[in-house]
Design a protein around this ligand. Sequence first.
Ligand code: SF4
Length: 235
Amino acid sequence: MKTFRETRALLDTLETQHPGADTELHYTTAFQLLVATILSAQSTDARVNMVTPALFKRYRDARALSKATTAALERQIHSTGFFRAKSKALIGMAQALVKDHAGAVPASMEALIELPGVGRKTANVVLGHALGVPGLPVDRHVLRVANRIGIAESDDPVVVEQQLCDAVPAERWTRTSDTLILHGRRICRPKPLCDQCDVRDDCGFYRTSVARVRVRRAKPARQASGPTRLRTPRR
Ligand code: SF4
């Protein structure tokens, strides 16, 4: 695994490649971001952004959402997928906010993950983007990209979060996650576009997998030009 210094240098490069990386979910309050992030599970930010304007108009805050009926909410969020589970989580989350936090979104990991439908990733998204508390959300993109480059080493999101948090200062945590997510969406996709990647020379996955495959593929091409002829020794 890369050293802390190497990790920070690699992240510098990625931040230059993806300047201004930020969440692509649309929101104006912490409550709205919490709702949008819950909806984004197994969906896309673009799809969620299509649904949330009408949703936020109808349910302006936790009190309004806590009184929503399951049927009405399911209809509104249907296109984001898993609408039954999400509807249940959203109403439960809103009711818990009203009951335990006077309708406000709490600014702590411990309190957030107590809410229905809220895990560490969602909590970190809201903390880092809407509440000014450093948080490093680890989603599937962060997990894939960080492991490929070699700045983290685990398939457990909690372990990867800890490894990255140890390597970069807290004020950089949220930006680090946003940058890795954007890199994972645009370049380091499941089938990576390594030729467009600015950290290719230092990427463990590129060196051990992509570059090696290219060398292996190049070899038969050379052999195809015919076996090397042995020179007849001069007499
Ligand atoms: S070199 Fe390829 S595998 Fe490595 S981070 Fe870049 S895109 Fe991903």
